[in-house]
Design a protein around this ligand. Structure first.
Ligand code: PLP
Length: 603
């Protein structure tokens, strides 16, 4: 475990047990050693069974630990409660989960259920997300926020107004001034009064990849003066009572609490002006996302992979900055909302991939034989040169020296080659597609902790890269947390069973961003809950991704006509007969990755 810095990024959710197996700690800090979930045992149990619809389980799989989601959400609420109590803040925290971060049904429904007592709500950034949010919030506590962000057309706004009419606390956040006209129009048409928020485009920026969201040239929101313009317009229309929320989002992975404080301070300044100058009946400050995750476990905050704080420090910074600025202006403390996505869901799931083979990378330069023959060639020249007699002793000496250096270099290379097993890089072919499992690795260079699931009591002797089974040269993982271009792995040993590698901290964004490269399907989803007895766990569900037919169908093929019939024709032309009917009746088998897909029998 130490080798992989599990204490750095994994505490208090992951550990290694006495068998040398990776374990999940479903209750975080509260997990007793007996409650640790042995990941290797989970995989074996899953493989021994079938999926919910009785199919053979296939790799890769995502293991979901809903207990971890619960701990994360509870920790967020506890952090804000503590910060509010210790700073004497006179209002509450009421957050929302941004659906875009992981849109899976289980994840959203679990979070809404776990957050029920805290009136935890949802954030939607598009019409489909709004529909999902409406469905999932039907069981939430009345008053839970449904925050609508993103660009909105008349349909989006009409849907949001309908949600409000149905009793959901739906707030339409204006990203552009023009959206106000649509809200006014749709509100009149439907006879529903909206609740409005305005997204502030702050000047506070974060460095690095995620920084482009904010600043004057940021894509979203209104600059301070424009915000006052909207308040002015609302006042003129006699609709100032619509305005209840100020929202901002300066980007994901805010690296330090200093930036958190600065952003909150800037936003609360605008909030206070809306209250004191315009008399807007504001009640909520929504600080957006950005609460980070320490992927590399360094707590340094000096890269996109690390943040220099935890939930507690983040909550304290938000609460204190809001209190200070409001007290200075004599404005009532607002309800504090955040749209923390990554920090809620990153830890709760891990991707499990299986090693198919490990192949040493061929050395880049000459082979041993080539080096040997060069050395021989150089040595054979010497007697000839010596035979040249006294002809230019000086140049002879210089030539000899040059050859000496050359021989020395070659000999050194030879030595290195002999001792190079430790330097050889092994390409581990894994049953995975980088594009559909860890899209952020490929897209934005996001790094994830990766480690074997078993044999952690045995020193891994090889340096491995993870190569996927797509035909794309980008489908390779050769950058790892800590900066290495390889990860320590064990030699594959069929006698000891399959070799699994876990990709951890992969619960946010990856499933949402997955691409259909090579028409691979989605991974198998496994829901694992902690049990009560020693080492007990419960595999609650095992669901396979879309069938091959469904995946091909998303590319607008009619699988029956365009593929099955065409294949049938082709067979006929070659005097073969393919019976596609049984195949079509069953639907093409799910074959997300490599599997024993059977070619239809020809007779
Ligand atoms: N809110 C908005 C408006 C966003 O665009 C995002 C994502 O970028 C989030 C919330 C979630 O951010 P994070 O996952 O960093 O908490």
């Amino acid at each position: 475990g130490e080798l992989y810095n599990i204490l750095g990024w994994g505490e208090p959710y992951f550990t290694v047990n006495s068998k040398g197996h990776l374990c999940a700690k479903p209750h975080g800090r509260e997990t007793t050693p007996g409650q640790e979930i042995d990941v290797h045992s989970v995989i074996e149990e899953v493989l021994a069974g079938t999926t919910n619809d009785n199919k053979k389980v296939q790799f890769p799989m995502i293991l979901r630990f809903p207990d971890v989601l619960k701990v994360r959400l509870n920790s967020l609420h506890a952090a804000f409660k503590d910060a509010i109590a210790t700073t004497g803040y006179r209002n509450r925290y009421q957050g929302v989960y941004p659906i875009k971060v992981n849109q899976n049904k289980d994840v959203i429904q679990d979070l809404v259920r776990f957050g029920h007592d805290e009136s935890y709500g949802l954030e939607a950034g598009s019409k489909p997300e709004l529909l999902v949010a409406m469905g999932c919030l039907a069981k939430a506590k009345p008053g839970a926020y449904l925050v609508c962000n993103g660009y909105k057309d008349a349909d989006f706004i009409a849907l949001a107004l309908s949600a409000r009419a149905m009793g959901l606390n739906c707030i339409i956040v204006l990203e552009m001034e023009e959206e106000l006209d649509i809200v006014v129009e749709q509100s009149a048409k439907l006879g529903v009064e909206p609740a409005i928020g305005i997204r502030a485009k702050l000047l506070t920026k974060i460095p690095g990849h995620f920084g482009s969201t904010a600043g004057k040239r940021g894509k979203f929101g209104l600059l301070e003066e424009k915000i006052y313009g909207v308040a002015e317009r609302l006042r003129e229309m006699g609709k100032l009572h619509w305005l209840t929320m100020l929202h901002f989002h300066i980007g994901s992975m805010i690296p330090t609490t200093e930036i958190v404080r600065k952003a909150v301070g800037e936003a609360v300044g605008i909030y206070c002006n809306l209250v004191s100058r315009y008399g807007a009946p504001m009640t909520v400050l929504d600080c957006g996302g950005g609460l980070g995750v320490d992927y590399d476990g360094t707590r340094s905050g000096d890269s996109d992979m690390s943040v220099a704080y935890g939930l507690e420090e983040y909550a304290c910074s938000v609460v204190e900055a809001a209190r200070l600025r409001c007290d200075r202006s004599g404005v009532t403390h607002p309800v504090l909302c955040t749209e923390s996505g990554r920090a809620m869901v990153t830890h709760h799931s891990m991707i499990i991939v299986e090693a198919l083979s490990a192949i040493p990378e061929p050395p880049e330069d000459e082979t041993c034989d080539q080096l040997m023959s060069k050395i021989k060639d150089l040595s054979s020249k010497q007697p000839r040169m010596a035979a040249n007699g006294g002809a230019g002793l000086y140049s002879h000496a210089a030539e000899l020296q040059k050859q000496g250096i050359e021989m020395y270099k070659l000999a050194k290379k030879m030595c290195k080659r002999v001792t190079s097993d430790a330097n050889t890089i092994y390409n581990y072919h894994m049953n995975l597609s980088v594009f559909s499992l860890v899209a952020d690795y490929w897209g934005v260079g996001q790094l994830f902790p990766m480690m074997p699931v078993s044999r952690l009591d045995e020193r891994p002797t090889l340096r491995g890269t993870l190569v996927d089974i797509t035909c794309d040269s980008d489908g390779k993982i050769d950058k790892f947390i800590g900066g290495g271009d390889t990860v320590p792995l064990h030699p594959l040993d069929p006698e000891r069973g399959a070799y699994y590698v876990a990709v951890l901290l992969s619960g946010s964004y990856q499933e949402a961003l997955a691409c259909k490269h090579n028409l691979f399907s989605d991974p198998t989803l496994v829901r694992v809950e902690g049990g009560s007895g020693d080492g007990a766990f419960k595999v609650v569900s095992v669901e396979m991704g879309p069938t091959t037919e469904e995946i091909i169908g998303t590319m607008r093929f009619d699988v029956r006509e365009d593929i099955a019939r065409a294949v049938e024709e082709l067979a006929k032309k070659n005097n073969l007969w393919v019976n596609v009917e049984p195949l079509m009746a069953k639907g093409l088998t799910t074959m997300p990755y490599l599997n024993e897909y059977k070619v239809p029998k020809t007779t």
